[in-house]
Design a protein around this ligand. Structure first.
Ligand code: SF4
Length: 228
């Protein structure tokens, strides 16, 4: 990608935002690094639910089926019952089983380390062929389990980066993954992703951003800041 002056300015701003967020929120916590297939299933379970229900569903899944082979080959209705607390079980159950089938066709031990030999784009392309796996889920698996330089963009990261002016305003969510990967420092991707979510959840909320207490107020381009 060829950088314009604007891209270079955004790269600089992204560095500054990262520093300010680290000062404000500290080094964010992420659960223990898991094997990529575990992270993949856990992230599918997390879609459209909260962390508590995701964790309950994941724990119950691992308790009921100790191996991924057992999950892959489980009775579909029974599996959906086991993960029902995460919601959308009639979609997530089949998606998980189809993903595990595809993963085991590549490696019978359900190992996804072979993805590390690919570029981020190639690995993303393979992961997103799995039903129910979009660019965000793929990027989470890549950055947090495989140690690859991918930048996950969820609804908070997309909103906040748009408001601050860290990406072109009209860029799609999908393209924002690639853009932030191109302009950012890969060493920061995991923590910065988590701190942008912290900012979006706690301060830069969709309807009523709390600009008066925002740690990046001085760098933010959003024209409709709110102070009361
Ligand atoms: S200044 Fe306001 S709009 Fe900008 S990032 Fe902070 S809370 Fe969001």
């Amino acid at each position: 990608m060829e950088f314009t002056e604007e891209d270079l300015a955004r790269r600089e701003k992204l560095e500054q935002v990262n520093k300010r967020l680290l000062e404000y929120f500290g080094e964010p916590n992420w659960h223990e690094r898991m094997p990529a297939v575990d992270e993949l299933v856990c992230t599918i379970l997390s879609q459209n639910t909260n962390d508590v229900n995701r964790d309950k569903a994941y724990t119950e899944l691992r308790r009921r089926y100790p191996t991924w082979k057992e999950v892959r080959d489980a009775d579909p209705e029974e599996l959906q019952h086991v993960i029902r607390i995460a919601g959308l079980a009639e979609q997530k159950g089949p998606n998980i089983q189809a993903a595990l089938k595809a993963v085991s066709e590549k490696d019978e031990k359900f190992d996804l380390d072979w993805l590390k030999k690919l570029s981020v784009d190639e690995a993303r392309n393979w992961l997103t062929t799995l039903k129910g796996v979009g660019p965000k889920t793929a990027a989470i698996v890549m950055v947090f389990s495989l140690g690859m330089p991918a930048f996950p963009v969820d609804t908070h990261v997309y909103r906040v980066t748009g408001r601050i002016g860290l990406r072109p305003a009209k860029l799609s969510v999908e393209k924002t993954h690639e853009y932030l990967e191109a302009i950012g420092n890969p060493d920061n991707f995991g923590p910065l992703h988590l701190n942008l979510i912290n900012l979006g959840r706690q301060i830069c909320q969709a309807r009523k951003p709390k600009c008066a207490i925002c740690p990046v107020l001085g760098m933010c381009d959003y024209p409709e800041k709110q102070f009361n």
